[in-house]
Design a protein around this ligand. Structure first.
Ligand code: PNW
Length: 488
């Protein structure tokens, strides 16, 4: 017999609940401590824990031809037929360039104390190098001032994938060392001018996404599928660019500026939490992140990585490794999905266990649900590299997000996702792992790269026809987490 979703809803008694009768939105206190919480609240975060939200320039700003902004590889890519779902582009996106004050008001209403945004390189240097465009930096000056006026700390990312097109045309983008050097110069220029107010800079967002998807798989800009040797060289130039930027920022920023990265490293989770599997997951974390995080932390490529690449291994000078591993003040990790690992008694020391076909995921196919990732990600980084400070620079999820009759989005799946992930983050802080803050991706729905506007990640629903923003149920949830500094 066919058993429909509606039949199931009838049995569990939710069918009668029209969406209009679900009014959780206005649920102000009393919100009692949740069951299982000891008096005093085991589920609380350390005092001063920095709650935030995040976006990136090309995904929200729009205004791609305004005030002298130069074209980027994402403008080119998104305007190439067939590259994004429904031919979506970032031409308008959330029109944040014109609406940033309203968006900061949304943050204030949520209660976030920090905001992670990215700076569009081609607004500041339209062709990547040469003469700066003063109007480009003006926008970020205004943004930063407005954030500070509202008591929100700015955390700036210098590269979130929108490479000036001119550098792609001239150098083959990150294929060339010239791009790494240009990036260092741009970073120093911005750091010198913003670090009186911006106290935290991230160099590069997610090597593991833009290099892999853009230069190997061809599904992100610039849409290339390079042969292995050239691809590994591109990976090397990206981490080198990071290192050069760290050095330039140290040279040009105010003394009290902190510098780090935001990397979507493989988050290795032990299949069973016993000492042998935990050790296997730590070793997997070193090896699976060899080309980015491990070389940045350890100043050398692992012997396993070099051996596996053979003749295609990157070519470099020893001095490069020193630059790449320039000391950082903090490590940012973007955490979405787990990579399960088990001890297998092999010489390598671990085996990755693939997800079975039934493994649950969110609206984005790749976003499999593994809340423990928010514990084991920071655990591994802390254990392997003993870093001073860790930030979760992204975490969040996509959902179908269809407004109910009353206009509200009741994204209970996102609330479920966040509540479970945050429970594991709380476990990490209570174990003494130095996680200092958390940036929820994202403040509002936005241009989700090749997925265009189909996958929504926001706490605020964006009606792209009118640009109206509406807080979802998950925004109400996050507001309570922040206000109480605990999982609710
Ligand atoms: C990150 N994956 O990208 C980016 O930093 C954001 O710009 C993006 O909007 C967000 O996560 C949500 O996708 C990722 O395939 C893209 O595993 C792809 C993956 C992970 C992160």
């Amino acid at each position: 017999m066919k058993f429909s979703r509606r039949d199931f809803a009838k049995i569990v008694g939710t069918a009668a609940l029209g969406s209009a009768t679900v009014n959780v939105a206005g649920a102000e206190p009393p919100l009692p401590a949740i069951g299982g919480t000891a008096a005093g609240g085991q589920r609380t975060f350390p005092d001063g824990f920095l709650w935030g939200s995040a976006t990136a320039s090309y995904q929200v700003e729009g205004a791609v031809k305004e005030d002298g902004r130069g074209p980027t590889i994402w403008d080119t890519f998104s305007h190439t037929p067939g590259k994004t779902v429904n031919g979506a582009t970032g031409d308008v996106a959330d029109d944040h360039y014109h609406r940033f004050k309203g968006d900061i008001a949304l943050m204030k209403a949520l209660g976030v104390r920090s905001y992670r945004f990215s700076i569009a390189w081609s607004r500041v240097f339209p062709t990547g190098t040469g003469s700066p465009n003063p109007k480009g930096l003006d926008f970020y000056n205004k943004l930063v001032d407005e954030l500070l006026k509202n008591g929100i700390q700015p955390f700036a990312t210098l590269y979130h994938w929108d490479l000036p097109q001119a550098l792609q045309d001239k150098n083959g983008g990150w294929e060339s060392r010239d791009t790494s050097e240009a990036f260092g110069n741009y970073a120093g220029y911005v750091g010198e001018r913003l670090s009186d107010r911006v106290k935290h800079f991230f160099t590069i967002n997610e090597f593991g996404a833009f290099v892999e998807l853009g230069y190997n798989l061809g599904i992100h800009a610039p849409g290339l599928k390079l042969p292995k040797g050239r691809f590994n060289q591109t990976r090397h130039h990206a981490v080198l660019g990071h290192g050069l930027a760290v050095q330039a920022l140290r040279a040009k920023c105010k003394q009290d500026t902190k510098i780090g990265i935001a990397e979507n490293m493989a988050i290795c989770v032990p299949v069973i939490e016993t000492p042998e599997h935990i050790k296997a997951a730590e070793e997997a974390c070193r090896q699976l992140n060899a080309q980015y995080m491990t070389v940045i932390q350890e100043g050398k490529y692992t012997k396993e990585y070099l051996a596996a690449q053979g003749a295609d291994a990157p070519k470099f000078m020893d001095a490069d490794l020193k630059t790449i591993s320039s000391p950082l003040d903090f490590v940012g990790i973007n955490i979405y999905t787990p990579t399960y690992v088990r001890a297998d008694g092999s010489k390598k020391g671990f085996q990755v266990v693939p997800h079975p076909a039934t493994f649950p995921h969110m609206a984005s196919q790749w976003l499999s649900i593994g809340p423990e990732a928010l514990y084991w990600g920071p655990h591994n980084v802390n254990k392997l590299w003993n870093v001073k400070e860790i930030y979760i620079t992204e975490n969040g999820c996509s959902s179908s997000d269809i407004p109910a009759a009353d206009g509200k989005v009741y994204d209970t799946d996102r609330v479920m996702f966040l509540r479970n992930y945050l429970s594991h983050l709380q476990r990490a802080t209570s174990d003494g792992i130095p996680v200092k803050g958390y940036f929820l991706w994202s403040l509002m729905d936005n241009f989700e790269w090749a997925d265009g506007y189909t996958n929504r990640f926001g706490l605020h629903y964006v009606d792209y026809e009118t640009q109206k923003r509406t807080p979802k149920l998950s925004a109400d949830f996050y507001k309570q987490v922040i206000a109480r500094n605990m999982v609710v």
